[in-house]
Unconditional design. Structure first.
Length: 144
């Protein structure tokens, strides 16, 4: 039901780990994600530890879901001298192409303990349904 839009995202992530370069608005870092079906909806869980709720932006246009977030420095004072900085800062982004069978009008989002959880219901038109067979007043003969 989901498709990745950028096959080179994993290579970018490895390069960022090796070089220590963080994400920018023009070249955001990837965010780890799980996606699974739970009953009648798809669930997408994105790890965003240390990101403020107001620094997360979720957009859906047609069937393209985009999540962007920015982790800002926790300490931002002039008299602070950073001794060690291993936590990545900057911009993180993830784009997903959603199947037409998902209801993009009813997406819900929750953010708790650094995990953004999106729930996307399966569209009614995509759910299996029974088709009633209409009765004829007289039996039809085939081939007559």
């Amino acid at each position: 039901m989901l498709m990745r839009t950028d096959p080179f995202r994993e290579l970018d992530r490895l390069a960022q780990q090796l070089t220590g370069v963080t994400g920018t608005w023009s070249r955001p870092s990837a965010m780890p994600m799980d996606a699974y079906r739970e009953g009648e909806e798809y669930v997408i869980a994105l790890d965003l530890p240390g990101v403020a709720k107001d620094a997360i932006d979720i957009d859906v246009e047609r069937n393209m879901l985009t999540v962007k977030a920015e982790r800002r420095p926790a300490v931002n004072a002039d008299d602070v001298q950073m001794e060690l900085s291993e936590r990545p800062l900057g911009v993180f982004s993830r784009q997903l192409v959603l199947a037409d069978t998902l209801d993009t009008e009813r997406i819900t989002a929750d953010y708790e303990a650094g995990v953004l959880t999106l729930r996307i219901p399966i569209a009614e038109r995509a759910k299996p349904r029974k088709i009633a067979i209409g009765g004829a007043s007289e039996p039809r003969q085939i081939g007559a």
